[in-house]
Write a protein that binds this ligand. Structure first.
Ligand code: NAP
Length: 288
């Protein structure tokens, strides 16, 4: 087995990620590369935590004096309810992805919001202000995406989800987050919505490595004016991103957001500006 960090001692502090499943996660690769680079006596591990064990796992963050953890699918919304305190932005989103253990008090944050914003800025430097957006999905990640789009002045956010009630609940909540019009899209309306919006976001697991590859919306409606943001990622470009680029659209997969949310989480745990190039290289080179 390959060592994760240089030296592990009795002082080494533990960071980690709770997910189910979690074996595909690139977060350990990214964070351990950064910790090694900065010479910090910390190590980051992945823990497969079943939903019924989440409360015990969160309690273990205190018991084991872990500095913090990321939480990912399917724990982001449940974990929020187990915190001692929640950052106002995460509270509004209703989901957390980062827990900071402040001497036994657990604080919940959502770095997906800033991670998404930074990723979009990399392909749309003028931002989403005044643009029409379509978000597919209505889970924890979609809530962060919609919060970011509203915060940055999107004109209208349309939400399509396999389970329509969840899309409705998200659109009703998001109507109160800012000036943006938020509404749901039915399956019948989806092709027209795809064709007419400026920005499309896949916030479902469709496209993740080893998972479903069929596109989450009708890709025959994509055109060269679109900006497509796929939250799914694998070590190579996702099928959706390849298809969108093939149609002349600007498209990015979830790796940039993954890096940018990791940068924000790292800062919360260590107080340091993350070595972003080291983080990027760690997944570009597939260090596992
Ligand atoms: P979640 O809370 O479990 O929500 C999943 C969403 O995807 C729900 O809207 C669900 O619809 C939908 N969905 C799941 N399987 C589907 C399928 N086969 N067909 C159509 N819709 C499906 O998960 P999440 O936290 O929002 O995460 C969603 C995705 O974003 C994950 O793949 C995650 O890895 C990715 N993500 C990436 C980053 C990044 O940094 N790149 C950050 C956060 C999340 P229902 O409501 O109908 O179940």
């Amino acid at each position: 087995m390959q060592a994760l960090t240089g030296r592990i001692s009795a002082q080494t502090r533990l960071l980690g990620i709770f997910g189910h499943p979690v074996a595909h996660s690139l977060s350990p690769v990214i964070h351990n590369a950064a910790l090694r680079h900065d010479g910090l006596d910390m190590v980051y591990l992945a823990f497969d935590v079943a939903p019924e064990q989440l409360d015990v796992a969160v309690q273990a963050v205190r018991t084991l004096h872990m500095r913090g953890v990321n939480v990912t699918v399917p724990h982001k919304e449940t974990a929020l309810r187990l915190m001692d305190d929640v950052d106002p932005l995460a509270s509004r989103v209703g989901a957390i992805n980062t827990i900071v253990n402040d001497q036994g008090r657990l604080l919940g944050h959502n770095t997906d919001v800033t991670g998404f914003t930074s990723a979009v800025d990399s392909v749309l430097p003028e931002g989403v202000g005044g643009l029409e957006c379509l978000v597919v999905g209505a889970g924890g990640a979609a809530r962060a995406v919609v919060a970011a789009l509203v915060e940055h002045g999107a004109k209208r956010v349309r939400i399509y989800n396999r389970t329509p009630d969840r899309a409705l609940a998200l659109s009703l909540a998001a109507c109160h987050w800012g000036q943006t019009t938020c509404e749901t899209v039915s399956l019948e309306e989806l092709p027209t919505a795809v064709r007419t919006v400026d920005v499309l976001v896949n916030a479902t697991p469709i496209g993740l490595a080893g998972g479903i590859k069929e596109p989450p919306f009708p890709v025959d409606k994509l055109h060269s004016s679109h900006v497509v943001v796929d939250l799914a990622y694998s070590l190579s470009t996702t099928t959706l991103v390849q298809t969108a680029r093939g149609k002349g659209a600007v498209a990015i997969d979830g790796r940039e957001m993954l890096i940018m949310q990791a940068v924000a989480s790292y800062r919360l745990w260590t107080g340091l500006r993350a070595p972003i190039d080291v983080m990027r290289r760690s997944i570009d080179h597939g260090e596992r």
